[in-house]
Design a protein around this ligand. Structure first.
Ligand code: FAD
Ligand code: SF4
Ligand code: SF4
Length: 471
């Protein structure tokens, strides 16, 4: 083993420089600066090169983390990139937005006593360096094939599949109802976590590689039938977008809005688009007392967006406590630094106001016994009620699958009891030649899982094509 490793006992954990909260509040730029190369090398050298690397076991892509850390520690940056990109379509994106505290870093064996190796930050650094050094090239195939594949959805699942299929020479067409590619990378996740230029740089690579994007193309029943007739196989990677509702009195008042509408408007503004619902103030938090309901990553994105839009105050209501929230604790920490007020063990009981919301009546909870989710269930407290002022409420309670199979007008497309698409072990639906991947199969999940599913299903689609040609 290289001498430059095992430095975790002497070298403390360090992240790239984080911009001060006061500066972050004033813009939508990413909050971490780039690693200085020497700092990245030193951080990589903290790895103890475990025989059983739990970091790798808990990375959905099974990334070969110890190897790329060893190469980075020895300044073999190019090789480190080739190892990192062998299993991951978007390493610089995962390095930025994976909840590493719940995945690779949360399971690093040195985490308990010495704090984990900063795996995500090194992964981002290695890949950014590869971009700078012009190592990342279009994946134009050596030989073209005549068969074409239709992919519904240009999010991470669809894109990950597209790359592997295009590499094999297939003609890949991606259809998306939006005017830009990226799915939630583009219109969900805010710029301060993932700069849109980072996503666009990848999309440009797909275009240069011959993947054909068809924007503003909503696939409905008729279009779905056309795609099946036109392409050798079809992949549905349409994500999940049906917002979970709040069922409390007053929820129909004005200025109570769903998280995706709010975040999409903000992201569109970031692109410089004209956004009437933002420009008329409806989806703009500036000067407002904002209440966000929910405790997941979407809620964290909403509270931090509202701060940057210049809200007068931002309060997050979550019915469990900090330890039992689904969102990443790292994100909560950033939000607290930026001035978000967290009301733990609290949920809205009613919204009050004349036309638009003016106050939220809040029910306080305590934690009871563990429920089916494995977390302690919130129990309403008899005396625990208070009213807080609000003139914008954002509902961020998670997402369910849209109404499938009605969405594609194909009643025979099988769905699970959760409303997601039913697939077999390799990702094929019950319709021959129709596959599915990402959130539409898994339910609302993570980018890294969408990439994993997209890559896996591409392999199955290639095998399916081969079998149909032999038959
Ligand atoms: P999507 O990214 O949703 O892409 C689906 C695409 O399909 C979209 O472009 C959509 O326009 C298109 N589409 C849908 N229906 C049709 C149709 N009928 N016709 C044509 N096109 C259609 N994960 C993380 O790992 N880290 C994070 O920090 C993180 N933050 C998040 C923040 C927010 C606000 C949200 C909502 C999610 C976040 N996630 C995060 C989750 C992550 O974004 C998703 O798990 C991931 O994007 C799913 O990828 P996908 O390709 O399955 O679907
Ligand atoms: Fe960690 Fe995500 Fe990178 Fe895997 S892809 S090593 S989970 S940051
Ligand atoms: Fe290195 Fe931590 Fe992975 Fe062990 S678990 S190989 S120390 S990154």
């Amino acid at each position: 083993m290289s001498e430059s490793l095992l430095k975790f006992t002497k070298t403390p954990q360090a992240m790239p420089d984080k911009r001060p909260a006061a500066e972050r509040r004033a813009d939508f730029d990413e909050i971490y600066a780039a690693f200085q190369p020497e700092k990245a090398r030193v951080q990589a050298s903290r790895c103890s090169q475990c025989g059983i690397p739990y970091c790798q076991v808990h990375c959905p892509l099974q990334n070969n983390i110890p190897d790329w850390l060893m190469l980075a520690a020895n300044e073999r940056w190019d090789e480190a990139y080739f190892v990192a990109s062998a299993t991951n379509t978007f390493p610089e994106i995962c390095g930025r937005i994976c909840p590493q505290d719940r995945l690779c870093e949360g399971n690093c064996v040195i985490e308990k006593d010495f704090n984990a190796v900063t795996i995500g930050a090194v992964e981002k650094h290695i890949t950014e360096l590869a971009w700078q050094n012009d190592l990342i090239k279009p994946f134009t195939p050596r030989q073209e094939r005549s068969e074409s594949i239709g992919i519904i959805g240009a999010g991470p699942a669809g894109l990950a599949a597209a790359e592997l299929l295009r590499r094999q020479g297939l003609q890949v067409h991606i259809y998306d109802r939006y005017d830009r590619a990226g799915g939630l990378l583009t219109y969900g996740i805010p710029n301060f976590k993932l700069d849109k230029a980072v996503v666009q740089r990848r999309i440009d690579l797909f275009i240069a590689s011959g993947v054909q994007f068809h924007y503003n193309t909503e696939i409905d029943a008729a279009a779905f039938a056309e795609l099946r007739a036109k392409h050798a196989a079809v992949l549905i990677a349409a994500g999940v977008y049906k917002a979970r509702e709040l069922y409390v009195p007053g929820v129909g008042l004005g200025n109570i809005v769903p998280a995706m509408a709010y975040l999409t408007a903000s992201n569109r503004k970031g692109f410089g688009d004209a956004v009437p619902t933002f420009d008329n103030g409806a989806l703009n938090a500036q000067g407002k007392q904002v209440v966000v309901v929910g405790g997941g990553d979407t809620a964290m994105d909403c509270v931090r967006t509202a701060i940057r839009q210049g809200a007068a105050s931002v309060t997050c209501l979550y019915r469990r406590d900090r330890e039992n929230m689904p969102g990443s604790l790292r994100e909560v920490h950033h939000a607290e630094e930026e001035g978000v007020n967290f009301a733990w063990l609290s949920a809205p009981e009613a919204f009050m106001g004349r036309q638009a919301v003016e106050q939220v009546r809040v029910q306080k909870f305590r934690l009871g016994a563990v429920d089916a989710s494995g977390r302690r269930a919130p129990v309403a407290m008899d005396q625990g009620h208070e009213n807080i002022p609000a003139d914008l409420v954002i509902k961020a309670l998670g997402f369910d699958a849209d109404d499938l199979p009605g969405m594609f007008g194909v009643p025979e497309l099988a769905v699970t009891s959760l409303g997601t698409l039913q697939v077999d072990a390799v990702g094929q639906t019950n319709l021959p030649g129709v596959y599915a991947a990402g959130d539409i199969v898994r339910g609302a999940s993570l980018v890294v899982w969408a990439i994993k599913d997209g890559r896996d299903v591409a392999v199955a689609m290639l095998q399916g094509l081969q079998q149909s040609q032999v038959a």
